[in-house]
Design a protein around this ligand. Sequence first.
Ligand SMILES: Cc1cc2nc3c(=O)[nH]c(=O)nc-3n(C[C@H](O)[C@H](O)[C@H](O)COP(=O)(O)O)c2cc1C
Length: 388
Amino acid sequence: MPARPRLSRARRVADAADVADLRLLARRRAPRMVFDYVDGAAEGERSMARAVEAFDRVEFSPRVLRDVAAAPTAVEILGRRIAMPLVLGPTGFTRMMHREGERAVARAAERAGVPYTLSTMGTTTAAGVAAAAPGGWNWFQLYVVRDRARTLETLSLAREAGMDVLVVTVDVPVAGARLRDVRHGLTVPPALRWRSVLQAVRHPAWWFDFLTSEPLRFATVNGAPDDLAGITNLMFDPSVTVADLEWIRSAWLGRLLVKGVQRVDDAKELAAVGVDGVVVSNHGGRQLDRAPTPLELLPHVVAAVGDRTEVFLDGGVRSGADVAAAVALGARACFVGRAYLYGLMAGGELGVRRVLDLLHAELVRTLQLMGVGGVAELTSDMVRIRER
Ligand SMILES: Cc1cc2nc3c(=O)[nH]c(=O)nc-3n(C[C@H](O)[C@H](O)[C@H](O)COP(=O)(O)O)c2cc1C
C-alpha cells in the first residue's frame, strides 16, 4: 500500500477550504488548553453559540440578471478606505497562540489592506507592531486600569507608534468566567505541569516554539500574570463611567470607538458624547453569558444612531457571507477575533493570510451570487433572519 503522503503545515493551511478547516488544524497543533482559551467563552457559552447561530439563520434574497462582473469590496470607515469591511479585533496574549503573535497578525492585515487592533493585554508593544507592519493601519484597544497615569502613558505609547484609532472596551468591568480555562487550570503563561507534560507529548511543535521563543509576557500591563481572571480583576477599574470616556476623549487626539455596546440606550448616550463609532459586541461571548446577540441587536442600534456615529459589529463572524449579512444590516465593518486566531494557531502568519484570503473570496462570491455589484449596494431588504 502506498504510504500516506505527509503534508507540510504550509500545504495544509493552503488547502483549508474555510475557517472551520483552519479551526480543526488549530486544534491539532495547539495544546488543548491554548486552543480552548481561544475557542471557549463564558459560563454556558450561550452568548457565543447564539452569535454564531444567528448568522446561520440568515437568509439572503438575491437579485438576478444584474451585472456582477465586478464586485468591489472596498469601503470607507472613519474617513479612510480599507480593502473590505473587516477589522482584525483585539485579542489578548496572542503570542500564546503562535510565537509570531501580534506581529504576524499585523503583517497579514497590512497585506490584506484592513486594520489591526493591538490589545492592552497584548504580548507585543505598540512600537513592535508598528515596526512589523509600518504600512498597515494599526489601531489600539484600551482597557482603563485603576492607575490612571498608566492609562495615559499607554495612550501616549500607542500614539507615538502612529496608532490613530482607539478602541475602548467597556464590557469587562470584571473578568467573565471562562470555565474551560478554569477546568484546565490555565495559567498565563502556560506552566509545564503534569497535565501540560501530557499535552507536550501530543503537541511537541507548539511546546518547542513556546520554550525557545521570547518569554511570554504582557507588553503593556505590569504584573506577574498567573490566571487571567485574577490579573483582570486586580488591574481593571470596575468603576469606569461615561465621564471617564470624556476624560479619554480629551486625552486622545485620534478617533475613538467604544466596543462592547449591548443596548440601544447606551449607544444613544455614546453618540451624544461624540464618539466616532460603537462596536455592537458581547466580547465574543467571553464576558456576560446570555448577552444580546450582536447580529439581532445591530439593526436597532443602526436605526437609533447610525446617522450620527459609525456602527460596527463583532461576534460569530466566520465567513465572508457573514460579513455581507452584517453590512447589509447596517454595519460599517465587522471585527473578527477567533477567525484569525484559528489561522494563527494553525500556521502563524500564513494561517492569518489564508483566513483573510478566504473571507475576501467568500465575500466577493456572496455579493456576486446575491446579484450585487459591490459592498456599497448591499441593503437591508436583502437579508432576513429566519425564526429558526
Ligand atoms: C482569545 C481572545 C482574546 C480576546 N482578548 C480581547 C482583548 O484583549 N480586548 C478586547 O477588547 N477584546 C478581546 N477579545 C474579544 C474580541 O476582540 C472580539 O470581541 C470577539 O473575539 C468577537 O467574537 P468572535 O471571536 O466570534 O469573532 C478576545 C477574544 C478572544 C477570542
